[in-house]
Design a protein around this ligand. Structure first.
Ligand code: 5BU
Length: 469
């Protein structure tokens, strides 16, 4: 290892001085591993060490390098060890297939990502997102150098274990030992690295991608429609119409329809429910262009949920554009409740998984949400998004995060366990794409003016998050 560190220094792949980084920070150390391609023996050594890390740790069906520096390294690993490679483009080409990932694979295969340097892990994550969109599993990434600036933790939050050949500490120790740098420089570098650990939360790429781009990643027509509505209406407002009369819900919907993209109801609190009336509400939704969400929170065995969804008095699948479901019973529930692949409701209604709840002492902790988000990807042909209170639960850009518990007043919650935050906090700190507002709006004396206030605050926050990551 000492020998490789010295070689990297000798070919100036590790440099000391004053360097302005992409982030604007001035760093006393700079790594330029692109140079490695000019030194076949070093390239071979690096590929060998990386392969050792990955073959120790995981099943490897495929490998994929992060463009561009890691591409020749990944190629060498692939050829030497006879492990097939995938090629990731930086941009989809304008002509032909528009594929971002080239190569032969089957969904379910496990792919290791290869990278030269990891700082916050964003580039590895972006590659993982593209692979996961195709059903390829990504559980490990290997890197020559981990700068230890949050990358390992960030990737771990997304289910990716990062193994590295070097840390900066080890390179500095080797170079100091071989008298390539003096102690003062080594200290300065280490202080810089320790002082620049990046915030992890805001590194989720989903949060900073344009809505147009996210729309193109959607797998479900209802998610695409929602992005279209958001862009057309400049709104990310969902109103929770928790009224007990469907007539009143229809009146409310007629007045605030132009401001919202989703109207959420609880069908089982309506005292005057009838299929005729719910179809009237559906007409209002069509006229004012918003989606109708039934917040049923299905959570039973598939056989029961299937009947709750399609049958009974409410016949939810005939009118809901979106339904909520708890992931608790596992992915089978979701896949079966929608019926077989020929069932219309698979395309006309999208499932929103409740990964986290807004209430005090909710049992939906980080591990639960993480596991649930993973299997949500298994049922990804019917899952359009999730209900969540924190950003990192899913980085898949085609999924929409709905965040309830939004209220602009100064109250921190109701007296029954509900907890509130402002629209800006929901969007900027918690990763909400859609804010869900209930009593903050329906109890206000002027619902139209209040809807406009929530619409403009929510939209401004979303625009800010996308344009100023
Ligand atoms: P409120 O009046 O803004 O507190 O209403 C919030 C709505 O969102 C209400 O319909 C709840 O059933 C729904 N909700 C929630 O508040 N918290 C959650 O975690 C989930 C749904 Br999931």
């Amino acid at each position: 290892m000492d020998e490789l560190a010295v070689k990297l220094f000798d070919i100036q792949a590790v440099k000391f001085g004053s360097f302005t980084l992409k982030s604007g920070q001035v760093s006393p150390i700079y790594f330029d591993f692109r140079l490695i391609v000019s030194y076949p023996a070093i390239l071979e050594k690096v590929a060998g060490l990386l392969w050792k890390k990955c073959s120790n740790n995981a099943t490897v069906d495929l490998i994929c390098g992060v463009p561009y520096t890691a591409l020749p390294i990944a190629t060498l690993i692939s050829v030497t060890n006879r492990v097939p490679m995938l090629l990731r483009r930086k941009e989809a080409k304008e002509y032909g297939t528009k594929k971002l990932i080239e190569g032969d694979f089957r969904p379910g295969m496990n792919c290791i990502i290869v990278e030269d340097v990891v700082t916050t892990g964003t580039s590895v994550l972006e590659t993982a997102i593209e692979l996961r969109k195709l059903g390829i599993q990504v559980t490990h990434a290997i890197v020559l150098l981990d700068r230890r600036q949050g990358g390992k933790e960030n990737l771990s939050k997304h289910g990716i274990e990062l193994s590295s050949v070097f840390h900066v500490e080890e390179i500095m120790a080797s170079l100091e030992k071989q008298s390539k740098v003096d102690h003062k420089v080594a200290e300065e570098v280490m202080n810089f690295i320790r002082g620049n650990r990046q915030p992890i939360l805001n590194r989720n790429p989903r949060l900073h991608v344009s809505l147009e781009e996210r729309r193109s990643s959607c797998k479900h027509p209802i998610a695409s429609r929602l992005f279209d509505l958001m862009l057309a209406k400049k709104s990310n407002l969902c109103v929770a119409a928790d009224l007990t009369s469907l007539d009143d819900v229809i009146t409310l919907a007629e007045s605030i329809g132009p401001k919202i993209v989703v109207l959420k109801i609880h069908v089982d609190i309506l005292e005057d429910f009838s299929l005729t009336k719910i179809m009237q509400l559906k007409e209002v939704a069509r006229a004012h262009e918003f989606l109708l969400m039934e917040d049923r929170k299905f959570a039973d065995i598939a056989n029961t949920v299937q009947q709750q969804f399609h049958g009974g008095v409410y016949r939810i699948s005939e009118w809901a554009d979106l339904i909520t479901a708890h992931p608790l019973p596992g992915p089978e529930m979701i896949t079966h409740m929608f019926g077989d692949s020929s069932s219309d409701s698979r395309r006309t209604c999208g499932c929103v998984l409740v990964l986290e709840m807004s209430t005090k002492n909710a049992l939906t902790n980080e591990d639960y949400a993480k596991e649930a988000a993973k299997w949500g990807l298994i049922a990804s042909d019917v899952v359009t998004g999730f209900v969540g209170q924190s950003a990192p639960q899913s980085d898949f850009p085609g999924w929409v995060q709905f965040t309830p518990g939004v209220n602009s007043s100064s109250v921190s919650g109701d007296s029954k366990g509900q907890q509130y935050c402002s629209p800006a906090k929901a969007v900027l700190e918690r990763g909400a794409d859609i804010i869900i507002v209930g009593r903050g709006l329906i109890k206000s004396p002027d619902v139209v003016a209040t809807a406009e206030t929530y619409r403009s605050e929510g939209w401004a926050a979303l625009t800010q998050r996308i344009t100023n990551p």
